[in-house]
Write a protein that binds this ligand. Structure first.
Ligand code: BGC
Length: 416
């Protein structure tokens, strides 16, 4: 097995989170949507999810409307010091977090000074423990006053985003070395504007295209805002990327995999590459294509029914390396696994793959596991468990390390 010392000392080993999924008490377009749709989600759970092998185990939670409300989440807003102690004890040296726009600007033009101070304290608490703070500016949630104006569908609304990123840069850029602008523009625009399960639930191709174009500009605005305050800060985005492969040797399958991989992974990143100091990506899937359709193996599957092939991250790192020739960070990677049956294997496979990619020339500089804590999984709510640390929301939000976390901590600490 590869050791931590096979990686450079300054390699960042971290965990990743998103404000809405962990903080608790957020009021934004997503929290409003949750309350409006919780009953319906619970009622339709069986028809959506009973094909999954995990259904008998998750049924109880998935059919409960409370599952679909983020509420107090895992109270990370109040317990961040305790959570950073866990990060430290595990031997991690980095942490990815989000700043919640709706907290900073709950109403148009007004800044909540207590919230602004909160994130100063938050970053200082990471620094105090020697943990590198990796800020992600936007993870899908928006203040309702912004979405009431049409959110990112309207170019004119970017003036509000620009004001937000300027203020965030003025406040925090000098305390940061690494900043992610946007999380998964592809997942957001697809689920929110081509599907109807995510807010605003519009199926509208024109809006889908506008959102993508406007998010490209939003990335550039954030890049300029941060560089203006701190030219040394390294900026990238966290795009969702998959490894797309042909199921057979046929020309058609090869072409489908190529086109699907390009469209999903690179359409947006190609357009912001001159505004990226590094490429950040989130990896969860390998996809096998046959006759224009996805034909993934039936196992192994995670609790959400996603086919797991962690070692394929090697191919993806090499693809990104060859395409852009820039430093790379894996900004999310993990598995929904309530019984903790696969997480250690997933980590082992990923570590091997990363070491191999580095040996083959890729400038991979960090790995952020998704996630530190069990958290609110968007339209699926609470039943998917991605945490290294289990959280008992019914028992004082008690945090308990899963066996895989203990294994990883041992691996991380063995040579430090
Ligand atoms: C998102 C996370 C999410 C994770 C697991 C990523 O697409 O950025 O917010 O929890 O996948 O589904």
């Amino acid at each position: 097995m590869i050791k931590r010392t096979d990686f450079p000392d300054d390699f960042l080993w971290g965990a990743s989170t998103a404000s809405h999924q962990v903080e608790g008490g957020t009021v934004n377009q997503w929290s409003v949507w949750e309350l409006a749709h919780a009953a319906d989600r619970a009622q339709t759970a069986k028809q959506r999810l009973d094909w999954m092998p995990s259904w008998p185990d998750i049924r109880h939670e998935a059919e409960d409307p409370a599952n679909y409300v983020s509420g107090k989440a895992v109270d990370h807003y109040n317990r961040f010091e305790e959570d950073f102690d866990i990060v430290k004890v595990m031997g991690l040296n980095a942490f990815r977090f989000g700043i919640e726009w709706s907290r900073l600007q709950p109403t148009e033009g007004a800044w909540d000074v207590a919230a602004v101070q909160h994130y100063h304290d938050y970053i200082a608490a990471l620094r105090k423990r020697g943990i590198e703070p990796i800020l992600n500016l936007w993870h899908w949630t928006q203040p309702t006053w912004f979405t009431d104006k049409g959110g990112f569908t309207k170019r004119a609304n970017l003036v509000h985003w620009n004001a937000f990123v300027k203020r965030v840069a003025e406040e925090y850029a000098s305390d940061l070395r690494i900043v992610l602008t946007l999380n998964e523009t592809n997942v957001y625009s697809t689920f929110s504007y081509l599907g109807d399960e995510w807010p605003p639930g519009h199926k509208n191709v024109r809006e889908y295209l506008s959102v993508n174009l406007n998010l490209i500009t939003a990335h550039k605005q954030a890049y300029r805002a941060f560089k203006a305050v701190n030219p040394d800060v390294q900026i990238g985005m966290a795009q969702n990327m998959s490894m797309d492969l042909p199921l057979t040797d046929s020309v058609l399958d090869k072409l489908t995999a190529k086109v699907a991989g390009y469209a999903w992974n690179y359409t947006v990143v190609d357009r912001v590459k001159h505004y990226c100091d590094f490429i950040g990506f989130n990896y969860y899937f390998a996809n096998y294509w046959h006759d224009f359709k996805r034909h993934n193996p039936k196992e192994p599957l995670n609790d959400m029914g996603w086919y797991m092939e962690p070692s394929r991250v090697y191919d993806l790192i090499m693809q990104v390396h060859k395409r852009y020739g820039k430093p790379i960070y894996i900004t999310e990677n993990g598995v929904a696994d309530a019984k903790d049956e696969h997480r250690q294997w997933w980590l082992e496979q990923t570590i091997e793959a990363m070491a191999k990619a580095r040996a083959d020339g890729a400038d991979l500089r960090g790995y952020m596991h998704w996630s530190l804590l069990d958290n609110f999984e968007w339209a699926e709510g609470w039943w998917p468990k991605f945490g290294l640390i289990k959280v008992d929301r019914k028992n004082g939000f008690k945090r308990t390390a899963r066996a895989s976390a203990k294994w990883w901590a041992k691996w991380l600490r063995a040579d430090t």
